[in-house]
Design a protein around this ligand. Structure first.
Ligand code: F6P
Length: 333
């Protein structure tokens, strides 16, 4: 069970705003609900910013009450909507955002998102002194300083469910399937899905495989009588790269089928795990802010909620545990 810190209240904040930013992730609604209801229970006014930093710049800020977040814990997506806001890369734009929040009487901002969103929050706080805190929400689980991110568990379960279905048809037709999962620069989804789905081969951005190595894993299975194979591949820089690998395999005499799971992994009902994680991190973000912590992200380390400075979060790359990949390779032989 997750351990939550009991923190003394040192700040006299009256109003806190919450937003979702970057790619949506199942469980973000549970985090919005937790921030709102925990904040209200402490006498705070809670505001929701619509559409991330873009909405903030347009003044899309509305007060939330307990009913605003009723019946959302089980819903995927984000009721606050989200966006990737390129203008926020500019210092003058971040200054304007802080001014808008201050004019609204808001004392601090909670950002639910990934490392791009945290970079924006970190720079805004450094440049303007406006307090910000992050809650890790991304299906990729690629955020440094936390072992877990909201949405990862749901995405992995969605992809494993798809692989179970693909395996039925793969084995019926004696086929090789290339299943492309999300993960722009990290292979957390691919590795966990590959292990949980019993894939013969896992291809991640952290450890490139040559076409000869991929063929070897297929042949290894064939030698012991396997007639079908599942290769799980992280999408990497852009979706669709699995078609290139399929073409290379075709040149070597295989007839692979490609299945790109894409955004199906981003939607859907959040798992119990993600709802709990989001609820605990949402409440903790409020607690840390009131205890005077900001310019940081709440995360999980060794089952405990911790506050990790944004500087560390946005400048460190989270490594994929090498032993996980080893386990994957061993189990697929
Ligand atoms: O960051 C989460 C993520 O789902 C990545 O895995 C993926 O590469 C990217 O977002 C897709 O973003 P978009 O929905 O903007 O195309």
């Amino acid at each position: 069970m997750l351990k939550i810190a009991d923190l003394p209240r040192t700040q006299k904040y009256k109003s806190i705003a919450v937003m979702t930013s970057g790619g949506d992730a199942p469980g973000m609604n549970a985090a919005i609900r937790a921030v709102t209801r925990f904040g209200l229970s402490l006498g705070l006014d809670i505001y929701g910013v619509t559409k991330g930093y873009s909405g903030l710049l347009e003044g899309e800020i509305h007060q939330l009450n307990a009913s605003s977040v009723a019946n959302i814990i089980q819903r995927g997506g984000t009721i606050l909507k989200t966006d990737r806001c390129l203008p926020f890369h500019k210092k003058s734009v971040r200054q304007e955002a802080a001014n808008i929040l201050t004019r609204k009487g808001i004392d601090a901002l909670i950002v639910i998102g990934g490392d791009g969103s945290f970079t924006g929050a970190h720079l805004m706080e450094q440049e303007t002194g406006f307090p910000t805190i992050g809650i890790p929400g991304t299906i990729d689980n690629d955020i440094s300083g936390t072992e877990d991110t909201i949405g990862f568990d749901t995405a992995v379960n969605t992809a494993i469910d798809a692989i179970d279905r693909i395996r039925d048809t793969a084995s019926s037709h004696d086929r090789i399937f290339l299943v492309e999962v999300m993960g722009r620069s990290s292979g957390f989804i691919a590795t966990q899905v590959g292990i949980g789905g019993g894939a013969e081969t896992i291809i991640v951005p952290e450890k490139k495989l040559t076409i000869a190595e991929v063929c070897k894993t297929i042949e290894r299975g064939q030698k012991r009588g396997k007639s079908s194979s599942i290769i799980v591949m992280a999408e990497g820089k852009k979706p669709g790269l699995s078609y290139r690998l399929a073409a290379d395999l075709t040149k070597r005499g295989y007839s692979p089928k490609v299945c790109i799971l894409g955004h199906t992994q981003r939607g859907g009902v959040p798992t119990a795990h993600d709802r709990l994680l989001a609820s605990v991190l949402g409440a903790s973000a409020v607690s840390y802010l009131l205890a005077g912590k900001s310019d940081c992200m709440v995360g999980i380390q060794k089952s405990e909620v911790v506050a990790v400075p944004f500087k560390h979060v946005v400048t460190t790359r989270k490594a994929l545990p090498a032993e996980l990949l080893k386990v994957a390779t061993t189990l697929s032989t």
